[in-house]
Design a binder for this molecule. Structure first.
Ligand SMILES: [Zn+2]
Length: 319
């Protein structure tokens, strides 16, 4: 059974909002864009892997996704952890596209559709290090005899794995997602004696989920940006131009000429994802680029946002 999923995390929408609100001319823009693309691929890859894991017997396995644990060296992160009474299995998920070539000395190169080559860190030592750190973590929590295995899972079915020479250089622990279920069944057959009973297994799964330390998902802080670095204004829902102008209770686009009654909702959602969950009349005027406090008040009241504070200190709670 899946006991932890970060599907509801707001990190991906916040990154996506940053790709709109950080100017393409800002020095961090390309970094923001890369992070958003990587995270989008990671979420897609995670879904692929979760699909394979659905075939495991629910009564025998606990599955924890995106676990970040603290140890003496700092934090270590496990993409997916499969727990059973007889073994633990770390899945290091790689969302690699194209052709992945394993060379001598553990070199890993990706060749994309344009025949461009990129070097990658070999994922096996990385997974081994996680295995070591998890083992120590479990020891310090009184679990001393649970064997820990690991697999590096290539999430996308179209990715090709190749060896650079005729020697078999692809590590045995590196597999395609389509083989995952069968490999787990093989591993289960190798470990027949239980190290934990059902109750202890459940307690351990809960303990790990409880020890999870979420990453700071404040995207602005991560890129060392302030709200002043963001593009303000309401974007046109048709052509993306900004800012739209408020005219007769509607938003008008000066670029394509379209009108919208509710284009401010997307802007306020960006505000919520990046800046804060509540907004004052003054902040709304600035972010939506309207001059009149009455217009800002009209918009915020019309949307029925909850209110805290009186008169000048009033804040609207964005949903
Ligand atoms: Zn437009």
């Amino acid at each position: 059974m899946f006991i932890k999923s970060h599907a509801e995390s707001l990190e991906l929408p916040a990154l996506e909002a940053s790709t709109r609100r950080v100017s393409v001319h800002h020095p961090v823009y390309s970094h923001v864009l890369t992070e958003w693309k990587n995270m989008r691929a990671a979420m897609k890859g995670e879904k692929e892997v979760a699909y394979s894991l659905r075939f495991l017997d629910e009564d025998n396995y606990y599955i924890l996704r995106d676990i970040r644990l603290r140890d003496e060296q700092g934090f270590f992160q496990i993409d997916t952890l499969v727990l059973s009474e007889t073994f633990a299995l770390i899945l290091e998920v790689k969302n690699w596209y194209g052709t992945i070539v394993f060379g001598e000395n553990g070199q890993v190169t990706r060749i994309n559709d344009n025949q461009e080559e990129t070097g990658f860190k070999n994922p096996v030592p990385q997974a081994k290090l996680q295995q070591h750190r998890l083992q120590k973590w479990l020891h310090s929590h009184g679990i001393t005899n649970l064997p820990i295995e690991f697999l590096v899972v290539i999430s996308f079915p179209s990715t090709i794995l190749k060896a650079a020479s005729t020697k078999n250089l692809i590590p045995a622990n590196v597999i395609h997602n389509s083989d995952l279920f069968f490999r787990i069944s093989e591993i289960a057959n190798n470990f027949s004696s239980s190290s934990l009973n059902k109750l202890k297994l459940r307690d351990l799964s809960r303990a790990i989920a409880g020890a999870h330390m979420p990453k700071n998902d404040n995207v602005l802080q991560r890129f060392q940006l302030t709200s002043g670095d963001l593009l303000e204004g309401v974007f046109c829902p048709e052509c993306g131009a900004s800012p739209m102008r408020r005219n007769k209770r509607q938003w008008a686009c000066g670029h394509c000429g379209c009108n919208s009654k509710d284009a401010h909702l997307a802007a306020l959602n960006d505000y919520k994802l990046l800046i804060g969950h509540s907004i004052s009349n003054r902040e709304a005027r600035r972010f939506l680029q309207v001059e009149s406090p009455y217009v800002a008040k009209y918009i915020l009241q019309k949307e029925g946002y909850g209110r805290v504070g009186m008169t000048k200190n009033r804040r609207y709670l964005l949903r």
